[in-house]
Ligand binder design. Structure first.
Ligand SMILES: [Zn+2]
Length: 291
């Protein structure tokens, strides 16, 4: 692959002025909110779950369009007492609608997922009885049917939010249901658990390699200003991760990455070879599930 940058003009990269909640020495004495809320711009929110509630501390995203708002993932905890994802989303939607009075009373919430693993879907049940809500179950047959990816997984699907389109790429490998979302409005690529600063758990090595190739190809023809996954597991020391179950990560690198990061994963997969093998790089670790 060449390292030429995309030539398509796109949105400017907005820097993230945020210090993410990252757990505490004593989870029992943690004083952070269950969910951290960060407005990336007027029409997009990034949420992070508290590590004291669940060590996975996934990130979730809320993208507002004119007709509907998409929530990407619902967190790692089912209990609304421990993770009030529904209440927080309701409040955010209300505050957005307050600023956009043209949004109708039927303004819809579309609950989507980066993939089907438990730490990304646990809050789904909180949305089951919510009015004006479409909850798309995360399993492959259901989600891919909704997007229209079932018949042609090489195609790029589109979810229309009203004046804002999300493009959806099938990116299996970490999970057979995994997808990657591209938001042309912000120029952000949401890579789920396929690419992030951490242990890239790979269930299907071949599929994962193809998915990363597909992402790199996509980035050649689309302006991508940030790449955002759903976790942070590396430290700021190259090649060193926080062990699984860690609930205090004072030295996290940033959430946001660039296309270079995806290219580095592509190169690592190529260097590691066709057979699954644990492979440590500065910003991530290829981690086959059967190794
Ligand atoms: Zn995850």
């Amino acid at each position: 692959m060449s390292d030429e940058t995309p030539t398509v003009a796109g949105p400017a990269a907005r820097s993230l002025d945020v210090r993410w909640i990252h757990g505490s020495k004593s989870s029992k004495h943690n004083t952070d909110p269950e969910l951290q809320v960060y407005w990336y711009d007027d029409d997009m929110v990034i949420l992070r779950q508290n590590k004291a509630v669940d060590y996975e501390a996934p990130f979730m995203f809320l993208l507002f369009g004119r007709e509907r708002v998409a929530l990407l993932d619902t967190g790692a905890t089912a209990s609304e007492h421990n993770l009030p994802i529904r209440a927080v989303v309701d409040e955010l939607v209300e505050s957005w609608r307050h600023r956009h009075t043209q949004a109708s009373d039927a303004y819809e919430l579309l609950v989507l997922h980066t993939h089907s693993h438990a730490d990304h879907v646990a809050g789904d049940d909180q949305f089951v009885d919510r009015p004006n809500t479409t909850l798309v179950a995360a399993d492959k047959s259901n989600a891919w049917n909704f997007y229209g990816l079932s018949s042609d997984s090489d195609a790029t699907a589109t979810v229309d939010l009203g004046g804002r389109a999300l493009e959806v790429l099938a990116t299996p490998g970490h999970d057979d249901a995994a997808v990657t979302f591209y938001d042309a409005r912000t120029g952000i690529l949401f890579t789920g658990d396929t690419v992030y600063r951490g242990r890239l758990y790979i269930v299907d090595w071949r599929a994962f390699t193809r998915s990363v190739d597909r992402m790199v190809d996509f980035c050649q023809s689309h302006p991508v200003v940030h790449v955002m996954g759903c976790h942070i597991e590396m430290t700021t020391v190259p090649g060193v991760d926080y062990p699984r179950l860690t609930t205090y990560q004072p030295d996290e690198p940033p959430l946001e990455m660039t296309v270079e990061h995806i290219r580095a994963v592509q190169t690592a997969l190529r260097d590691a070879g066709p057979d699954p093998v644990k492979y440590v790089c500065d910003d991530f670790i290829l981690w086959p599930m059967d190794a």
